[in-house]
Design a protein around this ligand. Structure first.
Ligand code: URA
Ligand code: CA
Length: 434
C-alpha cells in the first residue's frame, strides 16, 4: 500500500477499508508515513468525513497502537465517565463515591493535566496525606473491597492519538467530528471499562459552541462505542457558565463534600444525578434511570456516599478529619469580594474568562512544570438569571496575593448584567443513547 493512494481515495470522497485505515495509523505511529502526508490525509478527512465503519476502525487502530488497561481483576461491570471539558467541573469528585456507594466499581486512572484548575488528582491532594502511589495489586484489591480507588496513569496509552492530535493542532484539523470522536473514544476504550457515560459540554465555555454540533459529536461517539462492544451513551450538558459555584482545587473538594451531603449547588447536584443514573443503569444495578436516581438520592440522604468517599481517602493515606471539618482544608490568605457595578439580572458568565481568572491566581497549570496553589480560586455568588444589586458580591476571590487587579478585570469582563429579566439556562439539553 502507498500513502499517496490513501490520500487520493479520501480526497475523492471514497471510504477506506479496515486494512487501509490500519495502514495509515500504524504507518504514521511508527514513523514510516511522514507528517506532510498525514497532514494532507487529515485535511481530506476534514472535508470528506468518514463513515461510521471507518471511524470505528480509526478508533480501534489508535487503541491498538499502545497499551490497553486490563481491569479483569475487578469484579462487576466497570463504568467510566468522561467529560469533554468545562470550567469548575466538580462532577468526577462527586460521582465516583456516589456510584461506588451503590456497589459499582470505580477504578480511576488519573494524570496531571493542564487547565483552569488541577485535575481530579490535584484536587484530591488537598486532603493531607492522600497519595496515588499504590501498586496494581493494591489498586485492584481496594476497588474490590471499597469499590473505589485512584492510581497514577502508567503505560503507553494511545501513542497514535498523541501524535495525531499534535499534528491536527498545527494543521487546522482539530474541529472534525470523526477525528474528535475517534480521539476521545480511543483513550476511553484503551482505559479498559465495560461501559462509558459521556458528558458532552455545549456553550460558550465548551469545545462545542452549538447544540447541533454537540449532538453530532455525541451521536458519533455513542455509535463508535457501541459498535466496538462497549455500551456507551451521552448526556449533553450546558457550559454557558461554570458548573456549581467553586473553581479551584480545595474549594471544589469542599463543594463536592457538600454535594455528597445533599447541600451542594443545584446544577452540580442535578448533573451528578443525571450522569450517575445512567452509570447505575449501564452497570445493571437498576432497570431504569428513574429507579437509579432514587437509589442515588438515598445514598446521599443516608450518608453512605460521603462515608464511601472518606473510606476511599483513608485507604490511600488521606487525613479525613478535613472532611469532617472543611475549614481544615488548604485556605487562602485573602478573601476579596468583587462587587457588582450595575443592578439587573446576570445574563452571561463567560466560563473561559472565569477559568483564566482562576489560572491567574495559581489554581491551574500553564505548563506541565507549573506548581499549583491548592487553596486559591473563585467562589461565584451569582449565576445566569439571578438578580443583582449594585455593590452586591458577584464573586469572592480566594488569593494568596493582594495583587488581583487582572483577576478582577477578567471577572468583570466575564459577567454580563442586563436590565431586563433573564431566564435561567437549561442544564441538560439532550440524552443520546443511539
Ligand atoms: N479532546 C480530545 O481528546 N481529542 C480531540 O480531538 C478533541 C478534544
Ligand atoms: Ca464547581
Amino acid at each position: 500500500m502507498r500513502m499517496v493512494d490513501m490520500i487520493e481515495k479520501k480526497r475523492d470522497g471514497h471510504a477506506l477499508t479496515n486494512e487501509e485505515i490500519s495502514f495509515v495509523i500504524n504507518g504514521y505511529t511508527d514513523g514510516s508515513i511522514p507528517d506532510y502526508q498525514m497532514s494532507a490525509f487529515q485535511m481530506a478527512v476534514y472535508f470528506q468525513g468518514m463513515t461510521l465503519e471507518e471511524t470505528a476502525q480509526f478508533t480501534m487502530a489508535m487503541v491498538e497502537s499502545g497499551d490497553q488497561v486490563d481491569l479483569s481483576a475487578i469484579e462487576g461491570v466497570k463504568v467510566d465517565k468522561h467529560s469533554t471539558g468545562g470550567v469548575g467541573d466538580t462532577t468526577t469528585l462527586v460521582l465516583a463515591p456516589l456510584v461506588a456507594a451503590l456497589g459499582i466499581p470505580v477504578a480511576k486512572m488519573s494524570g496531571r493535566g493542564l487547565g483552569h484548575t488541577g485535575g481530579t488528582l490535584d484536587k484530591l491532594e488537598s486532603v493531607p496525606g492522600f497519595h496515588i502511589e499504590i501498586t496494581d495489586k493494591e489498586f485492584f484489591d481496594l476497588v474490590n473491597t471499597n469499590k473505589i480507588a485512584v492510581i497514577g496513569q502508567s503505560g503507553n496509552i494511545t501513542p497514535a492519538d498523541k501524535k495525531i492530535y499534535s499534528l491536527r493542532d498545527v494543521t487546522a484539523t482539530v474541529s472534525s467530528i470523526p477525528l474528535i470522536a475517534s480521539s476521545i473514544m480511543s483513550k476511553k476504550i484503551a482505559a479498559g471499562s465495560d461501559a462509558i457515560v459521556l458528558d458532552v459540554k455545549v456553550g460558550t465555555g465548551a469545545f462545542m459552541k452549538d447544540l447541533d454540533m454537540a449532538r453530532e459529536l455525541a451521536g458519533e461517539m455513542v455509535q463508535i462505542g457501541n459498535k466496538i462492544g462497549r455500551q456507551t451513551m451521552a448526556v449533553i450538558s450546558d457550559m454557558n457558565q461554570p458548573l456549581g459555584y467553586a473553581i479551584g482545587n480545595a474549594l471544589e473538594v469542599k463543594e463536592a463534600v457538600e454535594t455528597l451531603q445533599g447541600n451542594g449547588p443545584e446544577d452540580l447536584h442535578e448533573l451528578c444525578l443525571t450522569l450517575g443514573s445512567h452509570m447505575v443503569r449501564l452497570a445493571g444495578k437498576a432497570d431504569s434511570t428513574e429507579e437509579a436516581r432514587k437509589m442515588l438520592e438515598e445514598v446521599i440522604q443516608n450518608g453512605k456516599a460521603l462515608e464511601v468517599f472518606k473510606l476511599f481517602l483513608q485507604a490511600q493515606g488521606g487525613d479525613t478529619s478535613v472532611i469532617d471539618d472543611l475549614s481544615k482544608l488548604p485556605t487562602a490568605q485573602y478573601k476579596i469580594d468583587v462587587p457588582a457595578k450595575e443592578a439587573g439580572y446576570v445574563s452571561a458568565i463567560t466560563a473561559d474568562e472565569i477559568g483564566t481568572a482562576a489560572m491567574l491566581l495559581g489554581a491551574g497549570r500553564a505548563t506541565k512544570e507549573s506548581e499549583i496553589d491548592l487553596a486559591v480560586g473563585l467562589v461565584l455568588h451569582k449565576k445566569i438569571g439571578d438578580s443583582v444589586e449594585v455593590g452586591e458580591s458577584l464573586v469572592t476571590i480566594h488569593s494568596n496575593t493582594e495583587d488581583i487587579e487582572s483577576v478582577k478585570e477578567k471577572i468583570y469582563h466575564a459577567y454580563g448584567v442586563s436590565a431586563s429579566k433573564v431566564q435561567p439556562v437549561k442544564l441538560v439539553h439532550d440524552e443520546i443513547t443511539r
